[in-house]
Design a protein around this ligand. Structure first.
Ligand code: FAD
Ligand code: MLT
Ligand code: ZN
Length: 474
């Protein structure tokens, strides 16, 4: 059996010089997650330059039973991209696979490599006068392979779906090093099982995504955005229904924001101010958009908001008068996680329930938080249009992080039990990683879990791909 030093030597020979990372200044941030909840040690850190090099590395790891942890932008929330502490796993960064391979305007597709930063892909599409709708707060650093491997959601799901729904084709390196090339841009292809979709949301446990072909859309030419004070979450849901109807289903974002998030972002994030003059317990940030030029969307939005005001759903609203103001509204929304971090510790829950059930869920689970977590403040915000809330609990002033963290296991159990009662999901968009492996075992349909284990075994019989993530080690 080769010792670690010999394995490292052989791995080094499989990649070019730039692909073998040893500088601790570079590797240290890659060996912990961005929230510093997980820290690992790796046998080696490699960043191959192309698919062929990824293939060589995986074939070698498979032969020597070396665990492989793929990593993109390392912005994930579940510790999925962090190796364990054993120094026996390989960290495989995709950051150098960063080429846009093609844009086919008539086919409305972009083909790009896994290490492309999401914002770069959005710009590449815009340069071709097209639109890539995948958008999330981490878009300046998360990467395509990570987005697809977590089946990321984000801010436009209500209109365009999760990342999975944007994928037409994939290039994947299998654990044994073979390259599965199904990198087509076909919108119709009913030829047996949809194997590629298994890699979407698999969090690197079945293979390594090296490239993908994504759907694009016509560039947006008209847009209207409003920051709205709503009576309560039920009023927000009623406003969503009204706006979907009035706009011909042109709602692209519909985000719920509680008062505490407006206070935290105004306090901690430079440039963020409360857009409205009087405080409200709840707000909505909504956007309607169209690829038709000169659509009177502002007028339509104002009319819908006026009717909601008359109906008592809305108490005040600001419709963005220009792009600058729109960006300010979005900065408030997108910096909520950062403002929470600056405020102190927090307990995160990434849950979904049917949109119609969100108000009752907030009522029931919110009351539980109030009664059982005096050291915390509920900060429930997120993608109301998708029934997805970040049902977070922030550290309350006067209490320590340790006091809040002490209640975390009990809080998780209670909140996730409520989610189950409501027919919801305990992981709406952030995935499982290592954080929620036991939650999956507890809440998944047992037959579905068994099928997942069989899929894992079929794709990765030696168990080298991201061991211990999503599913426990066999
Ligand atoms: P990483 O963190 O590097 O990896 C995530 C997982 O994918 C790991 O299991 C890793 O092993 C695997 N992986 C990475 N690349 C590959 C590959 N090429 N092949 C196979 N497996 C791979 N998420 C949302 O869904 N919606 C949001 O609105 C959202 N907002 C966020 C806001 C902020 C401020 C932050 C910090 C994060 C947010 N996230 C959100 C979470 C995160 O950004 C997403 O999960 C993102 O898709 C992860 O991409 P990444 O490149 O950083 O992946
Ligand atoms: C968001 O929507 O802001 C993220 O998915 C949640 C988070 O960063 O906590
Ligand atoms: Zn989110």
């Amino acid at each position: 059996v080769p010792d670690a030093a010999s394995l490292i030597q052989q791995l080094r020979a499989l990649v070019d010089d730039a692909g073998f990372l040893t500088d601790p200044g570079r590797t240290a941030p890659m060996l912990r997650d961005h929230r510093a909840q997980y820290r690992g040690h790796a046998l080696a850190v490699v960043a191959p330059a192309d698919t062929a090099a990824v293939s060589r590395v995986l074939a070698f790891c498979n032969e020597h039973r070396i665990g492989v942890v793929p990593q993109g932008g390392n912005t994930g929330y579940c510790g999925g991209a962090t190796p364990d502490a054993s120094s026996s796993q390989l960290l495989l960064s995709l950051e150098r696979l960063d080429r846009v391979r093609a844009i086919d305007s008539a086919n409305y597709t972009i083909t790009a490599e896994a290490g492309c930063i999401l914002a770069k892909l959005q710009s590449a599409a815009a340069d071709a006068d097209l639109y890539l709708p995948l958008s999330l707060g981490a878009e300046g650093s998360c990467m395509l392979g990570g987005n697809l491997s977590t089946n990321a959601g984000g801010l436009n799901v209500i209109r365009y779906g999760m990342a999975r729904e944007l994928v037409l084709g994939l290039e994947v390196v299998l654990p044994d090093g073979r390259v599965l090339d199904v990198l087509t841009g076909l919108r119709k292809d009913n030829t047996g099982y949809d194997i590629k979709s298994l890699f979407l949301g698999a969090e690197g446990t079945l293979g390594v995504i090296t490239a993908a072909c994504l759907k694009l859309y016509p560039a947006l030419r008209s847009r209207a955005t409003a920051f709205v004070a709503v009576r309560d979450p039920a009023a927000a849901v009623a406003l969503l229904t009204a706006l979907r109807g009035a706009s011909g289903d042109c709602v692209s974002s519909f985000e719920l924001i509680p008062r505490v998030a407006v206070e935290l972002t105004s306090q901690h994030i430079p440039g963020v101010v409360d857009p409205l003059s009087a405080p409200s317990a709840w707000y909505v940030l909504c956007e309607i958009s169209s690829s038709r030029p000169d659509e009177p969307l502002d007028a339509l939005l104002e009319k819908t908001l006026a009717a909601a005001f008359d109906g008592g759903l809305v108490s005040d609203a600001a419709v963005a008068i220009d792009e600058r103001q729109r960006e300010l509204f979005w900065r408030l929304r997108e910096s909520i996680p950062e403002s929470q971090r600056k405020e102190g510790a927090n307990i995160k829950h990434d849950i979904s329930v049917p949109v119609s059930q969100v108000p009752r869920f907030i009522d029931v689970a919110g009351r539980w938080v109030e009664q059982h977590i005096p050291q915390g403040v509920l900060c429930a915000y997120g993608h109301l249009g998708d029934g997805n809330l970040h049902f977070n609990v922030n550290q309350r002033a006067g209490f320590t992080a340790a006091q809040l963290q002490a209640i975390e296991p009990k809080a998780k159990r209670a909140i996730h039990d409520f989610v189950k009662e409501f027919g919801g999901s305990f992981s709406a968009e952030h995935g499982i990683g290592q954080l929620k492996v036991f939650e999956l075992e507890r809440y998944a349909n047992p037959l579905e879990l068994e099928l997942m284990q069989r899929v894992k075994h079929a794709f990765d019989p030696n168990g080298i791909m991201n061991p211990g993530k999503v599913l426990r080690r066999p």
